[in-house]
Design a protein around this ligand. Sequence first.
Ligand SMILES: [Zn+2]
Ligand SMILES: [Zn+2]
Length: 308
Amino acid sequence: MTARDFRVTLLGTGVPIPSPDRFGPCTLVEAGDQKFLIDAGRGATIRLHQLKLPIGRIDVQLLTHYHSDHTSGVPDVWLTGWLESHFGTRKTPYRVIGPTGARELIENLERAYALDIKIRVADENLPLSGIATDVTEFDCDGTIYEQGGVRAIAFEVDHGDVIKPCYGYRFEYGGRVAVFSSDTRYNHNVIKYGTGADLLVHEVASARPELIKEAYVQRIIGHHTTPREAGLVFAQTKPKLAAYTHIALLGSERIPPPTIDDIVTETRETYGGPLAVGEDLMAFEIGRTVAVRRLKPSSPPADSASVA
Ligand SMILES: [Zn+2]
Ligand SMILES: [Zn+2]
């Protein structure tokens, strides 16, 4: 990373399903020497470790909403980032910014892990300053972070009538813009804040027509964005690159889930521009253009297969 680099890495592109291929929702944003996590789902620390990024080096943990698949990795990032040596040994408070509810989550984690903290201070002499927390809550659209040339703006999205609060984020750095939808139905606020984005990272959910009749599938799809709807968002915001994350491919014992090709085909009904289907550890270098890289050691080098 140089001082001007702006990079987004998908650490977890999955949903609540405990899949070894798609970890829980988590996205790393690196702007110059600042590092942000958006959510921390299951396995976030494993992906950071694969990147050889010391966990304690995360400057700010952002939260979008309080579904557990987006937060279950938070205690792991907080506690493991405090440990010695290659984990980074955070010495300053764990900084968290999220919509109303962040404080309740973090204060209860402090209670839940009080004994571990007490033991490690006594046994390992770890600094209390590194396990302290610094939580900021917000309850409306607006700038929630501005420092060192980075501006982060939160915007409310629509994840369903009772799943509130839920916010997406827009990052601005060096004249470039990366926007993250969070979990949402088709929503005009994503279009408003997504307009002018170099990179627009959006969620997607899909099921075959035979399965959509099922009530539980209707409930899930009703909280998310179909490929056709996401295509409408991309067509209106015109990002240099649109990318899918939080990829929910719903199936049953009788009816198989749609494939990645199926969701690309459906997206193409409404959007003809650049599109990448996210994978864990896929990275986007945001410069004059947006370059896609796969950092997974076992994966072949970046190719066009995942960019449709
Ligand atoms: Zn959710
Ligand atoms: Zn989710």
